[in-house]
Design a protein around this ligand. Structure first.
Ligand SMILES: [Zn+2]
Length: 265
């Protein structure tokens, strides 16, 4: 069984002391690929370093790069960082741009001038994605309508990571060419809205992710999430759809290949 963790922050310092061990553990559990996602320009060097570290290991998942500027850190981004992002895309093999989008979870981010800034960085990175023909990995929280409005003007697709919208929004993202990224939140029996959204779009439009070190599945005792916990997401989906894990895994793998423009056997 082959699994692909489409959203990880496996590059962050929380993993510095045991990253290699976890990478081996993940591979043993069937995680064949993982994406290292960007969020701040100041982390681009570490992102690349960890990517190279993982890919130098023999029995570890294959690492892929997706640099980007995250909307939650909007106060820290500068126009120079957009140029640095473009340079990074030119100099390194990247699979996507991420994570990018809109987030008004924090009250201060609802202020018009801050939100405008998020929109500006979002659109600039969508442009970069178009220029470099890359899919995008979206982070959208409490701003689904606004994000959909912007995405309608930009062609391309990718993954709506840690999808948190309702059924209508789920269908709208799928219609724009996005797969929905499902995290360990699916393991929560009370996550009714998520279960409904996921069932409404069906298994051909889903991919799975850990979003480690966050979004730890309910069943795990350690608070820190790791790529090795990805099978719990598969297990929860298999219950939800009443499908064998193997069948689901095959479909999710194909969805991932499609969303990331990968054509490996
Ligand atoms: Zn993330």
């Amino acid at each position: 069984m082959k699994l692909f963790d489409t959203h990880t922050h496996f590059d962050v310092p929380e993993f510095d002391h045991d990253r290699e061990k976890i990478a081996y553990e993940a591979k043993q559990k069937g995680i064949e690929g993982l994406i290292l996602i960007g969020f701040l320009q100041s982390r681009f060097d570490d992102l690349l370093r960890v990517h190279q570290q993982i890919n130098s290991l023999k029995n570890a998942p294959q690492s892929y790069l997706a640099p980007g500027l995250h909307p939650l850190y909007i106060e820290q981004h500068t126009s120079q960082h957009l140029k640095d992002l473009e340079l990074f895309l030119q100099q390194n093999e990247c699979i996507a741009i991420g994570e990018i989008g809109l987030d008004t979870f924090l009250k201060e981010h609802k202020q018009p001038h801050i939100f405008e800034r998020q929109v500006h960085f979002f659109e600039a990175q969508l442009e970069l994605a178009k220029t470099h023909q890359k899919p995008v990995l979206l982070h959208i929280r409490k701003a689904h309508a606004q994000a959909l409005h912007i995405l309608k003007k930009h062609e391309g697709g990718g993954i709506a990571h840690a999808f948190s919208g309702g059924v209508q929004e789920a269908k709208a993202f799928v219609n724009l060419g996005f797969k929905l990224g499902v995290t360990g939140q699916i393991t929560n029996p009370n996550a009714k809205k998520l279960h409904d959204a996921v069932q409404a779009v069906g298994i051909s439009h889903l991919v799975i992710e850990t979003d480690c070190p966050d979004m730890t599945p309910l069943c795990c005792s350690e608070r820190r999430n790791t790529p090795a916990n990805l099978p719990y997401v598969l297990q929860a989906l298999s219950h939800l759809f009443n499908l064998p894990e193997q069948t689901l895994a095959t479909q999710l793998w194909e969805n991932t290949q499609h969303a990331l423009h990968l054509r490996t056997p």
